[in-house]
Ligand binder design. Structure first.
Ligand SMILES: [Mn+2]
Length: 313
């Protein structure tokens, strides 16, 4: 943390980035870091630039208008790049090409992170937002309510609203501290958590109705074709909670959700509620993540992916 602080203090122009299809943790961590850097180094110009647009449900965050979309027509001038919540540099999408030859700091919480940067701060905790919170505290930066709300959204996002076992005493202490400085828990739940699109509701309904269960592996499974996705006008962020809901089935130990991204390309996500390690299974397809939550991409047909998963559980 000291090295990151020094690097930020000696920089004049910083670009923060995060992964494609950004979630609440990517946005929360990035915005909180941006707000914090502006307090730490007042001579520094800091920007938060992403490949993809942010979900509507984080737009209530005061700092969210600071997110910029990458524009290939523009020139970017910076002396430090910071990647948050990105398990690999490829996860930043087109931003990779912009930053790859510059000095990079990697701040992340995915155990699969290969520490790809010049300076890496990777901790196996709830969220990147929890890491950023610790960093801001370490630097004695005043966490105001705008930074606090961004951090809280990250926490709620990556803990499944304090449901997963990545929640520790420190996570609750952080949440308590943020509530203390003025973050309103029920406001965040109303604005962020309980704000699903119609397409998300329809797709979740379909997933729950058509879910298959493989009792020999306690596996709950659902495959969503691109055709069914288009039928309800769904986007990939509308499918985020399906894998979480699959595992809420009383008999399921593992859930597997496959989504046809485009013909011939499947995105897989897995959850575990026992000791079974889904990170290892996702790695068979070149993916990764955490022991209890992991993802991958594959060009294999869904029934083939299902077969491999079942064989390896
Ligand atoms: Mn995260």
């Amino acid at each position: 943390m000291q090295k990151i602080k020094e690097k930020i203090l000696e920089s004049k122009k910083i670009i923060i980035t995060a992964h494609v299809n950004p979630d609440g943790d990517a946005i929360g961590a990035g915005l909180a870091l941006l707000g914090g850097i502006e307090k730490l180094n007042k001579d520094c110009n800091v920007r938060f630039i992403l490949q993809d647009k942010i979900p509507d449900r984080v737009r209530f965050l005061k700092l969210s208008d600071r997110v910029e979309l990458y524009d290939s027509e523009k020139e970017y001038d910076f002396d430090l790049a910071i990647c948050v919540d990105s398990a690999t540099i490829e996860r930043t999408g087109v931003m990779k090409d912009l930053i790859k030859d510059s000095y990079i700091i990697n701040i992340d919480h995915h155990i699969s992170n290969p520490e790809y940067a010049n300076l890496n701060y990777v901790l196996n905790i709830s969220s990147t937002s929890e890491i950023i919170y610790r960093f801001l505290k370490f630097c004695n930066i005043d966490i105001d309510v705008n930074i606090g709300e961004a951090l809280y959204v990250g926490l709620v996002n990556d803990t499944g609203n304090f449901q997963h076992d990545n929640v520790t005493v420190k996570t609750f202490e952080m949440a308590g501290d943020l509530v203390n400085i003025g973050v309103n828990n029920s406001k965040i739940i109303k604005e962020f958590w309980n704000r699903q699109s119609l397409a998300a509701m329809k797709l979740l309904g379909q997933a729950m109705y058509e879910m298959e269960f493989y009792p020999e592996k306690e596996l709950a499974y659902f495959f969503l074709s691109n055709e069914n996705m288009l039928k309800v006008g769904g986007r990939k962020e509308d499918t985020e909670n399906i894998v979480e809901k699959l595992i809420s089935y009383e008999k399921a130990d593992i859930s597997l959700f496959l989504r046809e991204d485009k013909p011939g390309m499947i995105k897989g996500s897995m959850r575990s509620k026992t000791d079974k390690d889904v990170n290892v299974v996702a790695a068979l397809f070149g993916g990764g993540g955490h022991k209890k939550a992991a993802g991958f991409s594959s060009e294999l047909p869904p029934e083939e992916i299902l077969k491999i998963v079942i064989e390896n559980l």
